[in-house]
Design a binder for this molecule. Structure first.
Ligand code: HEM
Length: 411
């Protein structure tokens, strides 16, 4: 299929595009004219032995692919569509040990164990600690008067939440934060990183933590994950280490960007900010996630020949599912370009299209967003923009690296 308005050579994973904007107009064109569109890439780029991938842009098709793990695998080529030429096939293969890059039945076994950490009870036991953290974050920012919302406000709670969740002792948190920060946003040349070293250090730390808990159980989530329970086994220390690595990537940058985009959207739509402050609607967090769609895309690889919305897909073809497009699909969302914190229903796919890999942290993320915006509304209701935001240069995340604001004085 051809899509007339898409410029020759346009690549929906090009970090240079996302450094400027999410290509919403191009997605709309694809949804209209070529819902399953071939995105050509140079053979062998980013370690893939192919010449491109399919861009799936409609809500219904993103769901269909996500739900069908019999046909669509994350294990074959992992879930992230790499654009950077710096990654090799070997590095991609190593990442297949991480849960998001495994297929059922291997995935189901892992998922069953790690879900022990994300039960409603486990989350509600975090709530008070996180609410207090949110308050502290806002008060510290207020003292500065002005600053960078990303560094001062948005990035802190997601890091704390993961540390809290897995029971990292307070004295080790700074190390965990630094490693996590270094591991993400690696495509941006402005961010000096040693991604490999940071991942190895975090992995080593987590493995040691799990060994320690095996020897000396505590009433915490690490112990729950590493101990065998009634239906079988716990995570071994490699599996626990890679799970912590996955959380550091999956839970940080995503939630941080949801909070930052949410704040920008509130300030750009003052009537929504006023409404939020007055009514705090429970629907706000999901609209923030739809609006921001922090994860632009993930990919699957077809295990067998198949068909999607009339397009033949061959075994071995990569299929990109573009949540950023699905969440603006006008056949599902009324006026999708409108930020509406009372939108209900809101069947967005920001946490995935359902199915085996649906975001394990969705409820935690919703809770973090709610807690953060409640604290902001309470204590810094007069926050304003103090400059233009700066975007991350990365091909699969809708990322903001800096957002200058004036916090507006103490209340
Ligand atoms: C607004 C914030 C977040 C967004 C937008 C988001 C988005 C996503 C998406 C799109 C997926 C893939 C779904 C699929 O392939 O079907 C995913 C998976 C995952 N997310 Fe999140 N996420 C967020 C927050 C979190 C948090 C806070 C955590 C944990 C602390 C988390 C942990 C995970 C894990 C472990 C997976 C892999 C699940 C699996 O493979 O079974 N996420 N997330």
């Amino acid at each position: 299929m051809s899509a007339g308005l898409i410029p020759e050579g346009f690549d929906f994973t090009d970090p240079d595009v996302y450094a400027q904007r999410v290509p919403l107009a191009e997605f709309a064109e694809l949804r209209r004219t070529a819902p399953v569109w071939w995105n050509a890439q140079r053979r062998g780029s980013a370690g893939y032995d192919d010449e491109g991938f399919w861009v799936v842009s409609r809500h219904a098709d993103v769901k269909a692919v996500s739900l069908n793990h019999e046909v669509y695998s994350t294990w074959e080529n992992t879930a992230i569509i790499r654009h950077s030429e710096g990654i090799t096939r070997d590095q991609i293969d190593i990442q297949r040990i991480i849960m998001i890059n495994t297929d059922p039945p291997q995935h189901s076994g892992l998922r069953r164990i790690v879900s022990r950490g994300f039960t409603p009870r486990a989350l509600s036991s975090l709530k008070d600690a996180l609410a207090e953290r949110a308050e502290r974050i806002v008060h510290a920012a207020l003292e500065d008067g002005t600053g960078d919302f990303v560094a001062d406000v948005a990035c802190e709670l997601p890091l704390q939440a993961i540390a809290e969740l897995i029971g990292v002792p307070q004295e080790d948190r700074k190390k965990i934060f630094d490693w996590s920060n270094q591991m993400i946003a690696a495509d941006d040349p402005e961010i000096e990183i040693d991604q490999m070293t940071a991942s190895a250090e975090l992995l080593g730390y987590a493995m040691a933590l799990s060994e320690e808990r095996k020897g000396c159980p505590k009433d915490d989530i690490v112990t729950k994950l590493v101990q065998a329970d009634l239906d079988g086994r716990g995570l071994n220390s490699d599996e626990f280490g890679f799970f912590v690595l996955l959380l550091a990537v999956a839970g940080n940058e995503t939630t941080r960007n949801a909070i930052t985009h949410g704040m920008m959207a509130m300030l750009d739509n003052p009537e929504q900010w006023e409404l939020y402050k007055a009514e705090r609607p429970a629907t706000a967090a999901d609209e923030i996630v739809r609006w921001a769609t922090p994860v632009v895309s993930f990919q699957r690889t077809a295990k067998v020949d198949t068909e999607l919305n009339g397009q033949a897909i061959k075994a071995g073809d990569r299929v990109g599912i573009f949540y950023s497009s699905a969440n603006y699909d006008e056949s599902v969302f009324e006026a999708p370009e409108r930020f509406d914190i009372t939108r209900d229903p809101n069947p967005h796919l920001g946490f995935g299209g359902g199915g085996a890999h649906f975001c394990l942290g969705a409820n935690l993320a919703r809770m973090e967003i709610d807690l953060m915006f409640n604290a902001i509304a309470e204590h810094m209701p007069d926050i304003t923009r103090a400059g233009a935001e700066r975007r991350l240069r990365i091909g699969w995340i809708n990322g903001i690296k800096e957002f200058p604001v004036n916090y507006g004085g103490t209340r």
